[in-house]
Unconditional design. Structure first.
Length: 443
């Protein structure tokens, strides 16, 4: 496996120090590995790059499972592996969709790596949709979350059902108090700890407090977002109903937002995340479901509309910004009855909203719009086919096309906002590779 070729494909010049240590521990020893490193430091690549060197690409057996606490991280990690172009097959399995559909995918592609949530992986093992006997490697990503009370029994059952398991790799952005005995970590395991001492958040994150004169913070939030222009921001709240309320208000005020919480259907969640990650929405309004496992670059601002419910929750929220070597900002909106929690460390500056409020400021629209194209990999389409279709039939130039993701049955593509209506008009009823397809905006 040519790791340098993979890095070149991913446009990465070199591994960071944490990733180098992880690679040495995973490929250079035969013991278990615990990797602790801040969010945004590249833990997914830290275990995937050495793992792909250990697996047999000529075998049709599942050799490794990656356990994640949620479907978003499973999907995202699967996407990272596919982008590496390493010749290994993979798929993601999670609740919220029919297990039978996943079974068909498993039979069809015969993956060597499966990413999934504990409950769904147990389901497939129980039904023998997955063979348990050749699984040698188990990775638990965000193991602190996976091993919380709600997952204990599922995790215990899953681990006990893998008779051929040889190695365990555990990853987390926080230091768990202990690893339960049923995980059965080997005594010869390696701990790689890159968590900074006494540092909750990256020094590249600036902390601000914003005072709301009213108990209801909606207008203060509006003023704050206006002051950001078209910067990318996440607004965190603690309840689904609050997310819906705040999102509806911002839409009424003219903001282009994505709304994200656990009550949405899976397709809705994918649509909303995709619009935010490709620049078709400037603001993501979300519960803490968005604080873990979402590797979206260039998020400038984290806004705590509701105060974090714990120190760990705070760390994960703030970890969405200042990823890799970028800088970022986090804002606490406080009414007269609130104060910043004692566990928040660091210098906190007061953020003054523009005065007079809103003068010269207007809602800045996003740069991109997202297209849904009703054909995908099963129709033998590639990214190159999509680019050719949008250029030839939609009248676009290459620099007017953004991120493209080709799924099995459909494709998402980002295009310049100013060109959306032109593309919809010119591609209406047109064929791509001889197949008539639906092209519409994702809202």
């Amino acid at each position: 496996m040519d790791i340098q070729k993979i890095l070149t494909k991913l446009r990465i010049t070199e591994l960071n120090e944490m990733q180098q240590h992880a690679a040495e521990a995973i490929t250079g020893t035969d013991g278990d590995v615990v990797l602790l490193s801040p969010t945004g430091s590249g833990k997914t690549l830290a275990y995937l790059l050495p793992l792909v060197q250990l697996l047999d690409s000529t075998s049709d057996d599942v050799q490794a499972i990656v356990i994640t606490p949620g479907r978003e991280l499973a999907l995202q990690s699967d996407t990272v592996l596919k982008s590496m172009g390493c010749g290994l097959r993979s798929t993601a399995c999670y609740g919220g969709r029919a297990a039978m559909d996943e079974h068909k995918v498993l039979k069809e592609i015969r993956p060597q790596i499966v990413f999934g949530t504990p409950g769904r992986l147990n389901d497939h093992l129980d039904k023998e949709n997955l063979s348990r006997y050749q699984i040698r490697y188990m990775i638990i990503d965000e193991f602190d979350k996976c091993l919380e009370m709600g997952f204990q029994s599922e995790m215990q059952k899953l681990i006990k059902s893998l008779p051929g398991l040889q190695r365990r790799i555990l990853l987390s952005a926080t230091n768990a108090e202990q690893i339960p005995q049923f995980v059965n970590m080997a005594r010869k395991g390696t701990l790689i700890d890159f968590l900074p001492e006494d540092e909750q958040t990256s020094e590249r994150v600036t902390l601000y407090e914003v005072h709301s004169p009213q108990k209801d913070k909606l207008d203060t939030l509006r003023q704050l977002l206006l002051s950001f222009g078209d910067e990318s921001s996440i607004v965190f709240l603690n309840y689904r109903e609050s997310v819906e309320r705040v999102n509806s208000y911002l839409v009424e005020q003219g903001f282009t937002t994505s709304c994200f919480h656990g009550g949405l259907e899976q397709r809705q969640r994918e649509d909303q995340l995709y619009r935010f990650s490709n620049g078709s929405a400037n603001v993501l309004v979300a519960t803490d479901l968005a604080s873990r496992g979402l590797d979206i670059p260039n998020i400038q601002n984290i806004i705590h509309y509701h105060l974090p419910e714990s120190q760990e929750g705070y760390i994960h929220r703030v970890g969405r910004t200042a990823r890799w070597d970028a800088t970022g900002h986090t804002f606490f909106i406080l009414n007269s009855q609130e104060h910043i929690p004692d566990y928040v460390e660091g210098n906190i500056e007061k953020y003054l909203l523009p005065s007079p409020v809103g003068e010269g400021l207007g809602v800045r629209p996003p740069r991109m719009k997202t297209l849904y194209i009703g054909k995908g990999k099963k129709d033998k389409l590639s990214k190159g086919d999509i680019v050719g279709f949008l250029c030839k039939k939609g009248g676009l130039t290459a620099d007017e096309i953004g991120r493209i993701d080709v799924k099995d049955r459909y494709t998402y593509a980002a295009v310049k906002r100013e060109k959306l209506q032109q593309v919809l008009r010119l591609t209406h009823g047109e064929k791509i590779k001889g197949i008539k397809t639906l092209v519409e905006e994702v809202r």
